[in-house]
Design a protein around this ligand. Sequence first.
Ligand SMILES: N[C@@H](CCC(=O)N[C@@H](CS)C(=O)NCC(=O)O)C(=O)O
Length: 223
Amino acid sequence: MAEKGVKVFGMWASPMAIRVEWALRLKGVEYEYVDEDLGNKSEALLRYNPVTKKIPVLVHDGKPIAESTIIVEYIDETSKDGYPLMPVDPYERAQARFWARFAEDKCNAALYPIFVTTGEAQRKVVHEAQQCLKTLETALKGKKFFGGDSVGYLDIIVGWFAHWLPVIEEVSGASVVTDEELPLMKAWFDRFLAVDMIKAALPDRDRLLALNKARREQLVSSA
Ligand SMILES: N[C@@H](CCC(=O)N[C@@H](CS)C(=O)NCC(=O)O)C(=O)O
């Protein structure tokens, strides 16, 4: 018999898994959290996501769903009475999905090289990442959050930047989101992280810093 309830398979330092937790917390949905060791994945994770074998996976009444952006939409659709994540207007919904795709495909790809480079090579990739974030920043113009007056779908998708990017900056010695270069994004970081539901799910900064410091040292020395 299928198990009842909501279960999340994540990993404490994953910026993709936190999206699922943010969505569930904003909706007020209770869930069980399973922290995976990605070097030794559980039999349950491999059974629930045999295709990509990645976290996050949401299991709702025994039925698994993978891919964080899809999971967040699923949570919004199945908890219609709770806090709304997606805009009601179809055009606005399409825009939110467009920017989420842009952030996933372009910004995430532009940010990663900062983590694994140094010196002149890093300066070049920082500039490229800033250009990408400047484009994304246009979606914030005149708004408190990407979702308008309150946190919405797009805030959840790009929200990891606010907590993870300053850690990446510290670990790699790069300066990316500054008041001079990205003033709207920087101000949004502070507003977003001040939201109680968002703050409550964040991983410990020092622990994240130590993990990423070790990862960077390994990646840079093997490059
Ligand atoms: N596009 C996926 C990406 C998920 C992803 O990359 N998960 C990573 C952790 S952040 C993972 O499971 N890595 C382990 C692996 O690739 O084996 C999503 O948004 O859910």
